[in-house]
Design a protein around this ligand. Structure first.
Ligand code: AMP
Ligand code: MN
Ligand code: ZN
Length: 820
């Protein structure tokens, strides 16, 4: 009832001096009264006595008529009646109501006058209601108070708001916008502002994150506003409580205890023993983990990898740590589902902390199609800080005083179930990483005197790492030379040839059997065989200790290769082997070599085979020219010479697709060596076919570019889809398509796409009879896997296609987002 207007309405009925009220109200709400309460009390008292007095009046009917017969009574009634009517009329006028009550000559009937009173009552009471509601904040001002006049903003310039020190021009100052008669926002407050002259009591009555709950009295007391009408006894109690008892509790900082016991989370890691560690090997758990990660602002990641029994290598574990929990993901079990983590991994609002992420970034792409946006690499931070050493164990020692041993680093991470020691080891790699991330950031700033430059450089380097793209190891004509150069060994022509042939054999077999080149034939053994060029298969075995299983199985084939190498003319080769080969070719062409006259180039062909058999090495004469084109008219010997020359031009041509099978004469006539059968696999390509294939390749490249364009278009359309879940739904079909085409590559039947690209060149020239199939598992020598390995080898079964198709079908249904 402290609204001046509501008070006015009451006041005018009781006091006749209401004309002064507007002036006085600014200083005194209720003139003549101590406060509103006193005024209300007085008012209610007056109403009460008036009601009492009116009840004492003679009742209508006989009693009243009797009293009216006395002129004194009549006079009194009339004068009082006039007073009342005057008072009522004033009230009604004050509220802008129609009032013609004093016009006693116009007797318009009792009913009409009664209606006037009722109407006025309605208007006044409604107004009172509105004002009461406003005071309670219930009723938002129905007619918003608009600024009565808009004053152009006054610019206040002071020392605190002057921009820049020198200029201080008007345009550089802040503008304070002012307006009169702004609707008072306080009116909208649900709780009235407590301007009482009492100390502030914290407004909190629900305490989230409480370690210590609110004092019990507080809830009750704070819920009861000061001005609420409560029985006097309760009001006294509340007052007592508020002022005398529990004073300390009442006025204390509600989070005093929590703040006193706060350990800054960023500066500490949770002890390993107190941290929950979950092993994630089901899709449901992975989805739940992803949801968890999406809510974080940072998490740490590391990978464990296996590279020995796989050609490309495979990721076995992904470790992830938040500040609260550790997670170990079985990346073998969930290999085809892990892509869902892209939602968290590519979220720019979440920092992903790695240590030495270079390989991890590539492995994530290669195995799961996972990418990282917003990477922080603590290895890069360590380098920027110029720490003594940059390995993770050094950082652990330096920042966490934790001794980690790297003894499981090269463990076989494919083992399942994963032994507990390995789980513990694996989680150590990420558990402390967020803490190290905190430490190095502080140090990077300190190191640079608070300037962010150094820290920024670490972010930039990390970004560069996350931009790395996985590249598949591609076998080229130069591959062996790259390795050869790295080794800085000097080989003669025979040794280099052996090295080249062994390198190619190793690469092809490793891809075919999905083993690492290191498992197939370690480089040091390859070197030894090349150096020694053993004459017997047993000699090859002797070069290897222990003997790699694939070497033992294919020793005859290796022996043939070594024999081929031994057939090369013996010349020294400089370390930069490539040029020497060209030099060798020229020397070879221009007959600086020992020539057994009339053998290779004798005209009588029937003699040839016999002669060739007799020669231990291949001989050449100056007659041979590189540019001879007339294939048909070449003698057998000339053809053979041509092939040799072609070998030097392109040492790997013999491994390229061809129908023209190159078979060593020695091999052909050695029925025990199975060389004929083996040699079928090593094919020589004619120049003509080479040309054709080059053209086909160009066509295919063109096609690939077009396809890439289309793919980007598809990706663009995907980008419009908001969530990963939707993307997964949209790309479900696409992914299957991609998988299918991958499978196509490794199966004998070319996929539709491949067929298309192969069709084009067909129009102009006939294609090579066999197309190149680097992953032709169907042609794997299954026999060599007799014994314990046979089980493993079932994955190379051509029937695998059926399994894959079934799998894809199954995936197709399951690829919808998993239910949780
Ligand atoms: P880390 O990041 O140290 O956990 O290493 C991740 C993976 O990299 C390991 O699982 C290994 O496969 C591989 N790796 C780590 N260190 C070496 C090393 N010194 N030599 C070869 N591979 C390594
Ligand atoms: Mn790592
Ligand atoms: Zn690791």
């Amino acid at each position: 009832m402290d609204s001046s207007k509501s008070k006015d309405s009451t006041n005018s009925g009781l006091q006749e001096t209401n004309s002064d009220i507007n002036d006085e109200e600014k200083n005194d709400l209720c003139p003549g009264f101590k406060d509103a309460d006193a005024f209300v009390k007085y008012g209610l008292g007056a109403v009460l006595s008036a009601t009492k007095a009116s009840a004492g009046l003679p009742q209508t009917g006989d009693e009243y008529d009797f009293y009216r017969s006395f002129p004194g009574f009549q006079e009194f009634c009339e004068s009082q009646g006039d007073k009342l009517l005057h008072c009522m009329s004033q009230i009604m006028q004050h509220h802008g109501c129609r009032s013609r009550m004093r016009d006693r000559n116009k007797l318009t009937g009792l009913e009409e006058r009664f209606d006037l009173v009722v109407d006025s009552n309605d208007v006044i009471l409604e107004r009172v209601g509105i004002l009461l509601d406003e005071a309670d904040g219930v009723n938002r001002n129905q007619q918003p108070v608009m600024p009565a006049e808009f004053q152009p903003p006054k610019i206040v310039v002071s020392s605190w708001n002057r921009m820049g020190s020198s200029s201080g021009s008007r345009s550089e100052t802040f503008r304070l916008l002012q307006a009169k008669n702004i609707a008072r926002p306080q009116m909208k407050f649900k709780e009235k502002v407590d301007n009482s002259n009492t100390p502030f009591i914290p407004k909190i009555f629900i305490k989230p994150n409480a370690v210590k709950p609110l004092p019990s009295c507080k809830l009750l007391l704070t819920l009861i506003p000061e001005d609420l009408d409560v029985p006097a006894a309760l009001a006294d109690f509340i007052h007592q409580q508020r002022t005398q008892e529990h004073v300390e509790d009442m006025f204390a900082h509600p989070y005093q205890y929590e703040l006193d016991h706060l350990t800054i989370q960023e500066s500490m890691y949770k002890p390993l023993t107190e941290t929950k560690c979950s092993f994630i090997d089901t899709l449901d758990d992975l989805v739940a983990l992803n949801e968890k990660l999406c809510k974080l602002s940072e998490f740490a990641v590391d990978l464990e990898h296996h590279s020995y029994r796989s050609f490309l290598g495979l990721t076995c574990l992904i470790q992830i740590s938040s500040r609260e929990e550790d997670f170990i993901i079985d990346a073998i079990e969930l290999r085809s589902e892990l892509y869902i983590l892209n939602e968290a991994f590519t979220d720019p609002a979440i920092v992903k902390v790695f240590h030495g992420a270079d390989s991890d970034i590539e492995w994530l792409q290669r195995d799961f199609g996972l990418y990282v946006v917003n990477l922080f690499d603590t290895h890069q931070a360590s380098r920027a800080l110029n720490l003594a050493r940059h390995s993770l164990d050094q950082l652990l020692k330096h920042f966490c005083n934790v001794n980690s041993e790297k003894r499981y680093q090269l463990a076989d991470w494919r083992i399942r179930p994963l032994p507990d020691e390995m789980v513990q080891y694996a989680r150590m790699d990420t558990h402390y990483l967020l803490y190290i991330y905190d430490c190095v950031r502080v140090q990077l700033l300190d190191f640079n005197h608070g300037q962010p430059g150094l820290l920024q450089s670490v972010w930039n380097k990390s970004k560069d790492i996350s931009l790395k793209k996985y590249t598949k190891p591609i076998f080229t004509e130069e591959s062996y030379l790259e390795l050869q150069r790295k080794q800085k060994r000097s080989f003669n022509t025979q040794q280099l040839t052996a090295f080249r042939l062994l390198f190619a054999w190793r690469d092809k077999l490793a891809r075919q059997e999905d083993e690492s080149t290191g498992f197939t034939l370690p480089t040091h053994m390859m070197n030894k065989i090349s150096e020694e060029l053993p004459k017997e298969p047993q000699g090859i075995i002797a070069c290897c200790n222990p003997v790699p299983p694939l070497v033992r199985q294919q020793v005859n084939e290796l022996h043939l290769l070594v024999q081929q190498a031994r057939e090369m003319p013996l010349l020294k080769v400089r370390k930069d082997g490539c040029q020497n080969i060209l030099g060798l070719k020229q020397m070879y062409l221009f007959s600086e070599l020992p020539v057994k006259q009339g053998v290779l180039f004798a005209d009588d062909e029937p003699k040839m085979d016999v002669d060739v058999q007799k020669t231990s090495g291949l001989m050449a004469a100056a007659k041979i020219t590189q540019f001879e084109n007339d294939h048909e008219s070449l003698s057998v010997a000339q053809m053979k010479a041509r092939r040799i020359i072609e070998c030097f031009e392109n040492p790997f041509r013999m491994y390229l697709p061809s129908s023209d099978v190159h078979i060593s004469k020695n091999a052909k006539f050695d029925p025990s060596s199975k060389i004929f059968e083996i040699s079928k696999r090593w094919k020589l390509l004619s120049m003509e076919q080479q040309q054709k294939e080059l053209e086909a390749k160009k066509e295919a490249n063109k096609k690939a570019k077009e396809e890439a364009k289309e793919r980007t278009k598809k990706v663009e359309s995907l980008q419009n889809v908001a969530t990963v879940r939707q993307q997964a739904a949209v790309s479900g079909g696409k992914k299957r398509e991609r998988v299918a085409s991958e499978v196509g590559e490794s199966t004998p039947k070319p996929s539709k796409k491949q067929m298309k690209s192969a069709e084009k060149p067909q129009k102009t020239e006939p294609p090579p009879k066999d197309s190149f199939k680097p992953f032709d598992y169907s042609q794997s020598d299954l026999k060599v896997f007799a014994g314990t390995k046979s089980k493993d080898n079932t994955q190379f079964d051509p029937n695998r296609m059926l399994t894959i198709c079934l799998f894809l079908l199954y995936r197709g249904f399951r690829h919808n987002w998993p239910k949780r």
